[in-house]
Write a protein that binds this ligand. Structure first.
Ligand code: ZN
Length: 161
């Protein structure tokens, strides 16, 4: 099930897109999915809930825009007699080989967010976060993880002044 990683990627991309425009909380995100991208509608919806859960963007709606693939026969042209999601190996009219186009889309579109409510650091935990489910492996002692060697700061991504 790759939907979990996909949902995390979609969220990261959407959050970055909103941040780049000074946006606040996400409202909805549209994901374009081709029918050949091996994405299960139920699984991606579930994975999305998990990806935004516990973040300031919890409850953001994920809209899926499905895109069909086209199959064409060199002799007969486009082959419409194909059930959605199913697949033909050979042309039903002449048994010729079929070419495929499209259907492998996997793109984030239409990130909408609320203006004037910047969420700050997206990695910050929500105030009322439920018990950490996936980060349950806390450090022994439960304190803040310490840098292994002295006070050397790691390079800051993003370049603070
Ligand atoms: Zn044909």
């Amino acid at each position: 099930m790759h939907e979990t990683g996909l949902a995390a990627d979609v969220y990261r991309i959407a959050r970055a897109a909103a941040d780049a425009r000074g946006g606040g909380r996400l409202e909805s995100v549209t994901l374009v999915v081709g029918e050949l991208a091996s994405v299960e509608p139920d699984l991606i919806a579930y994975a999305w809930e998990a990806a935004v859960g516990g973040t300031p963007d919890e409850g953001t709606r994920l809209a899926i825009e499905w895109r069909a693939a086209r199959q064409t026969c060199a002799a007969c042209g486009e082959i419409p007699e194909r059930a959605a999601g199913s697949w033909l190996r050979l042309c039903p009219r002449c048994d010729g080989a079929l070419a495929v186009s499209g259907g492998d889309e996997l793109d984030v579109r239409n990130v909408s967010f609320l203006e004037g409510e910047p969420v700050g650091d997206p990695r910050r935990r929500a105030r009322c976060a439920s018990p950490p489910a996936e980060n349950a492996h806390a450090q022994p002692g439960g304190g803040i993880p310490q840098a292994p060697s002295g006070d050397q700061e790691p390079a800051t991504a993003g370049g603070s002044p």
